[in-house]
Design a protein around this ligand. Structure first.
Ligand SMILES: [Zn+2]
Length: 318
């Protein structure tokens, strides 16, 4: 059986894995991402690291079916280029595929990081065995990826930008220039924004309110932890968050009828308290047959979703 290499390129760390064709991780390693000098060393460092690991493992380029990679920024999957990945300092067009294929002699495939994580969860995670999976990642921002009938959906280019689904036409301003995008209320910063807003007019007894009034730094984790402890203000905030995300999930499911909507990313570490609330509003807004055909699930692969999904890119290209 041949090997597959998965690469998950991030702003601080680049993660790698050697997988078998069944998607099982055989080796895993990582390097720090050198974003100095407009990220000029990022691709050469990836090439060196792959070549080094292969030779240490007694493998050659012919043992490898392909290299798949998830990248931030705007990815042209056909040309294998990336532009506008600001956390990598990549402002100009990067010829990633050309360089990596020249440097390793291995076929290379690339897609954006949220799409790749969606593929990972669909292949070996919470969506395993399902051909129709929507992935929503709740982190600093909100990203998404859609796998429909076994294929990653790109549309005319940017399908799956679930973070910019409108859930409140009178809502908070978004970095994209619009207002009320899901990202403004369901990202880590969005949850904090909701908490600060709700705290303002809140008169009851609440530990969360106390922390906010004392100008302590609030995080999404603090809000969810307080909700688990039944803090009344935190419960209100989590309920509003659940309403927005549940509404988005209902709308997504009505259009795509996925087997599963998988929720991942740092904020999803809150666990059951998060997914239970989302499910409640999902069931309120989903079209009746969709309520039973679509499951709302927590992601299972954590940090491995990226490298496994990147490996899936190689499998799917064949
Ligand atoms: Zn937006």
């Amino acid at each position: 059986m041949k090997k597959i290499i998965g690469v998950d390129l991030g702003g601080t760390t680049t993660k790698f894995a050697i997988l078998n064709e069944a998607g099982e991780i055989e080796q895993k390693w990582s390097i720090s991402t050198d974003i100095e000098r407009e990220g000029i060393n990022i691709v050469p460092n990836i090439i060196d690291s792959i070549n080094q690991q292969l030779s240490q493992s007694g493998l050659s380029s012919t043992d490898v079916l392909g290299i798949g990679m998830g990248s931030p920024g705007s990815v042209d999957i056909d040309k294998g280029t990336v532009i506008g990945a600001y956390n990598l300092n990549w402002k100009t067009l990067q010829q990633v595929k050309e360089q990596i294929e020249a440097g390793t002699s291995i076929p290379f495939y690339i897609d954006n990081d949220a799409n790749v994580a969606a593929l990972g969860e669909q292949w070996k995670g919470a969506g395993e065995g399902n051909a129709n999976v929507v992935f929503i990642t709740l982190g600093t921002g909100v990203g998404g990826g859609v796998v429909a009938e076994g294929k990653l959906v790109h549309g005319a280019g940017t399908a799956g930008e679930i973070g910019h689904m409108n859930v409140d036409p009178n809502g908070y301003e978004c970095t994209c220039g619009n207002v009320g995008c899901l990202e403004t209320v369901a990202s880590a910063t969005g949850v904090v924004h909701l908490a600060q807003d709700y705290a303002e007019g809140y008169a009851g007894d609440s530990e969360l309110k106390g922390l906010i009034d004392q100008k302590q730094e609030i995080t999404a984790k603090i809000v969810f932890d307080q909700a688990k402890k039944r803090d009344p203000l935190a419960k209100k905030v989590v309920d509003k968050f659940s309403f927005y995300l549940g509404l988005a999930c209902g709308n997504i499911a009505n259009i795509l009828s996925p087997n599963a909507i998988v929720i991942g990313g740092g904020v999803s570490a809150a666990g059951d308290v998060l997914v239970d609330g989302v499910r409640e509003y999902f069931e309120k807004y989903a079209f009746p047959p969709v309520k039973t055909s679509t499951e709302i699930k927590l992601a299972q692969l954590g940090n491995d979703a990226g490298v496994i999904g990147a490996g899936s890119l190689v499998k799917m290209s064949r």
